[in-house]
Ligand binder design. Structure first.
Ligand code: SAJ
Length: 493
């Protein structure tokens, strides 16, 4: 039995008609809706466990409603359309995988303990077991989740073969086609980003290309091996994290040198042309989300899982992990700037009141997965601060009351800290905020360079900003004195 057998089995089966997606989340739902809207495919099943925490999604989806929080342009309409046309349905009955020609897995792959590089593959393994139990000859299985390099050819293949009693690459096809979506533009990203498709063999790659080609509008397929696809995905996020860490480190240096990071960035960014790309990203109060915070560890673990001989400077840490450490440090840096600001304002930090503006990990979104704001809040609480949190999009968060009113959040605050770059914070009025704090010298700490330091300084604020070495030591305006001077009559010449 060999690959040719799979080729023959698939030729006999004919084109992919029925598709399934395991995992109704940020990745699975838009993908299932797009598959269902493709005329090539007759029917699409979305598989969701009827669990206490997420079983509610099944009925919502079958009513054509999106259970995803936040704005997702086009998704609600598309779901209504494909459900009303009977082309998509959501079910907790995994035995219906038998009906399918292809099934994808879009399941979270967090890390249990990044330090020892131990991932939590429990949900993924359960999904693979379900798929393995019901797939038939010639079915294509695709892993869309971000996984440690070596997982598709390793753990996944083993679990599927064990459950199905069939051989991957001979009796069923197996591939990795990593998601590349961002909240707020899920459909657009799936249709317009190029799609990395990596089969465990050529026949599997070819079958997976057949599955993804119809849902792409601007994007094109980039075929490669399953392991290369895994490295591509984990590395692209690791590189982004590294670029952010480089910007953060430079911002810390600029603070130490008393200069404005953003002047430097404009300068560096100006060197263009001749193939020179200086993609310098933005420093900030931290890196959150479900991707950059873990994919470096998947990549690091890949080297171990694939047991390759790594030729690397002796005793030197991975620069990718160092980058993670720098980005994880930024909420701590926000805390240090807060303490320094209070000291300048002559305010004792014990029992001080802090107002955090922004709980989401990404600007203008409601996604608070692994938000840096939580690390910052924990540091403040640990240090005896009273803390209030505002976010215009995040509705609720376990154990953290999220306020909708900026006024209530900053009322009586000694320090206001901007953690997320939500657009509405650009319009903060320093005089109004100062009034609400009721403080002569409230502290404002800008973690996203979103406000104009001079406007706040002029209103008597003590300003601190990431990368703003040019302002962090500013002279504190004495409003009382300038008011008094303004009232004093100008002596006749
Ligand atoms: N951030 C910065 N500075 C920057 C850019 C981002 O501090 O210059 C912070 C953000 O505030 C946020 C975090 O990093 O807290 C992550 O932001 P992001 O824009 O990377 O958003 P993600 O994590 O949702 O999206 C990334 C993207 N990966 C790449 O661009 C290589 C996206 O394309 C992936 O689909 C996504 O990860 C994923 O699902 O893997």
């Amino acid at each position: 039995m060999n690959m040719d057998d799979l080729k023959k089995i698939i030729e006999r089966k004919g084109p992919i008609r029925k598709v399934g997606v395991i995992g109704m989340g940020y990745v699975g739902i838009p993908a299932a809706a797009l598959f269902a809207d493709c005329r090539q495919f007759e029917h699409v099943l979305g598989f969701q466990r009827d669990s206490p925490s997420s079983g509610y999604k099944i009925d919502m989806l079958n009513r054509g409603e999106s259970p995803l929080k936040g704005e997702e342009p086009g998704l609600e309409d598309l779901l209504k359309k494909v459900v009303s046309e009977g082309r998509f349905e959501c079910t907790p009955d995994f035995s219906r995988i038998r009906e399918l020609d292809a099934v994808t897995l879009a399941i979270q792959t967090p890390f249990k303990n990044p330090k020892d590089l131990v991932p939590d593959f429990s949900a993924l393994t359960e999904g693979l077991r379900m798929a393995g139990k019901y797939i038939r000859y010639g079915t294509l299985v695709v892993i869309e989740s971000t996984v440690t390099p070596g997982t598709t050819m390793g753990m996944a293949k083993e679990v599927l073969e064990e459950e199905s009693g069939m051989k991957a690459g001979v009796e069923f096809a197996l591939a990795h086609a990593p998601e590349r979506v961002m909240v707020g533009r899920l459909l657009k990203n799936i249709q317009e980003h190029d799609r990395i498709v990596g089969g465990i063999d050529e026949v599997s790659t070819k079958r997976a290309v057949e599955l993804y080609s119809p849902i792409l509008t601007k994007g094109k397929i980039i075929p490669m091996s399953a392991t290369a696809a895994e490295v591509t995905k984990t590395a692209e996020n690791t590189f982004r994290d590294l670029q952010i860490a480089a910007a953060n480190e430079l911002a810390l240096y600029c603070e130490a040198m008393g200069i404005n990071f953003y002047d430097v960035r404009t300068g560096i960014d100006s060197l263009k042309g001749e193939g020179i790309t200086r993609a310098i990203l933005w420093p900030g109060a931290g890196v959150g989300g479900h991707c950059l915070t873990k994919d470096t560890y998947h990549l690091e673990r890949g080297v171990k899982v694939l047991n390759g001989h790594l030729d690397y400077p002796e005793g030197k840490d991975s620069m990718f992990v160092l980058a993670r450490n720098i980005n994880d440090f930024m909420p701590r840096h926000m805390f240090n700037l807060t303490v320094q600001g209070l000291k300048r304002a002559g305010k004792n930090r014990k029992g001080a009141r802090a107002a955090i503006l922004g709980w989401a990990f990404l600007s203008n979104s409601d996604d608070a997965r692994n938000t840096p704001s939580e690390t910052f809040r924990d540091l403040l609480l640990l240090d005896g601060f009273e803390v209030k949190v505002h976010d215009p999009y995040v509705e609720k968060y376990p154990g953290v009351p999220i306020l909708r009113s900026i006024e209530h959040t900053v009322e009586g605050a000694d320090v206001v800290a901007i953690m997320t770059g939500h657009s509405q914070y650009k319009d903060l009025d320093p005089a109004v905020i100062r009034e609400l704090t009721g403080k002569e010298h409230p502290v404002i700490v800008d973690g996203r360079n979103i406000i104009d330091p001079d406007q706040f300084i002029a209103q008597g604020f003590v300003y601190k900003g990431i990368g703003r070495g040019d302002k962090n030591g500013h002279r504190i305006a004495d409003l009382a004195r300038s008011r008094k001077m303004a009232e004093e009559p100008i002596p006749a010449a």
